[in-house]
Write a protein that binds this ligand. Structure first.
Ligand SMILES: NC(=O)c1ccc[n+]([C@@H]2O[C@H](COP(=O)([O-])OP(=O)(O)OC[C@H]3O[C@@H](n4cnc5c(N)ncnc54)[C@H](O)[C@@H]3O)[C@@H](O)[C@H]2O)c1
Ligand SMILES: [Zn+2]
Length: 358
């Protein structure tokens, strides 16, 4: 097991990464000494949440479990309200805590409930997907979707502890597992050369879900994300580096009505960004090649997505990170180092996107 202490404006909190961490979870919760604990999970992860409940009951703390329907649709105002009603019924007071057991969906909506209930109660994150372990459980962004816009309603609310039990990964569907590697490769290319080398050397072991290798990878991803979040908790500046691959990636998702998964879209976005960077003489041809090889090794994607280039280009122009109509690209310079805020000529974006979709 590895343990990090992350900084936040509200004080430091532990992130534990390892296998079969029930005892550690119990100790973490005991140390928070809550007046009550309420677990939120989704239908697919319920058995895992029941194990968490059992571990906590051994510490003499009563808990109940609220189960959301599986899937992104649970990130809604309606489900948020149901969670708040559950917390009310469980008589969670200001000294209580919410324990979110699940992927990014559960983490985002349960995190927002924790931020709102009693104007904020403590949150313990127990991520069960690789994406949640390397990305969504870190950084304090919580939220639900608006009727038309993703993650439009939310709050910054840092957890009091994160317990990433890699045993949960064993039951994760292949598509979800594979998709998370897009974010892993993102951290490696944009921020961490050592992680890139680790991935290159151990891709097959990682594809086989080797727990000890996963422990090292999750640790480095958490450390990378924590580093930028600590500098920019509210996402006003340097945190934008985490957007590497997401400009064209989000556009591909939007242009295909979200038929292309987030991970596959981000992989596409990183391939596009690297090719643009090469054309602007910002990076080497070698970078484009080794990034391609790594993404191929994780099955991201095995063929170009089918999408209308004009739609993707229109969606890029609407990028939400654009300021005063200028899209700010994150460009890789060398493996382990990217730069934020690059302007790219429209004709070049068009050329690269069109080619990448052919
Ligand atoms: N807050 C942030 O900073 C942040 C960052 C990235 C993504 N997100 C959000 O995270 C969400 C995506 O997260 P996700 O990919 O974890 O999706 P998810 O939570 O929807 O989980 C994917 C699927 O796997 C199932 N599942 C979860 N754990 C499992 C396990 N151990 N075994 C078997 N099945 C399991 C879930 O029920 C679901 O069907 C999106 O809503 C996205 O907006 C948030
Ligand atoms: Zn992402």
């Amino acid at each position: 097991m590895v343990r990090l202490i992350l900084d936040s404006a509200a004080g430091g909190y532990p992130v534990l990464i390892g296998s079969n961490l029930h005892r550690e979870l119990r100790n973490v919760v005991t140390r928070l000494d809550p007046t009550g604990a309420a677990i939120v999970t989704d239908a697919n992860v319920r058995p895992w949440a029941q194990r968490v409940a059992k571990a906590i009951k051994r510490a003499g703390l009563k808990t109940a479990i609220h189960v959301l329907p599986e899937g992104e649709r649970s990130k809604s105002m309606a489900e948020l309200e149901r969670i708040l009603t559950f917390l009310e019924r469980q008589r969670i007071d200001r000294g209580g805590c919410v324990i979110a057991v699940g992927g990014g969906t559960v983490g985002d909506v349960a995190g927002l409930a924790a931020a709102m209930w009693q104007r904020g109660v403590r949150l313990v994150a127990v991520p069960t997907t690789l994406l949640a372990m390397v990305d969504s459980s870190i950084g304090g962004k919580t939220g639900v979707n608006g009727r038309r816009s993703k993650n439009a309603i939310g709050a910054f609310w840092q957890p009091s502890a994160v317990v990433s039990d890699l045993a949960a990964i064993e039951t994760l569907p292949t598509a979800s597992y594979r998709d998370a590697f897009a974010e892993v490769v993102k951290y490696a290319v944009a921020m961490d050369r050592g992680l890139f080398d680790l991935l290159q050397r151990n891709a097959p072991r990682l594809v086989d879900r080797d727990a000890s290798m996963l422990e090292r990878v999750v640790f480095r991803c958490v450390a990378a994300k924590a580093l930028v979040v600590a500098k920019d908790e509210r996402d006003r500046g340097p945190r934008a580096i985490l957007n590497y691959g997401h400009t064209a990636g989000h556009a591909l998702e939007a242009a295909t009505g979200f038929r292309v998964s987030h991970g596959r879209a981000v992989a596409f976005g990183m391939r596009v960004s690297a090719r643009i960077a090469l054309a602007m003489d910002l990076c080497s041809k070698r970078l484009v090649e080794v990034q391609d090889e790594l993404l191929d090794g994780f099955g991201l994607p095995d063929r170009p997505p089918s999408a209308d280039p004009d739609r993707v280009l229109a969606a890029i122009a609407l990028d939400k990170k654009a300021r005063r109509g200028k899209v700010a690209w994150v460009m890789p310079r060398r493996i382990g180092h990217a730069e934020i805020g690059h302007a790219v000529p429209g004709a070049l974006v068009r050329r690269v996107v069109t080619r990448s979709l052919a």
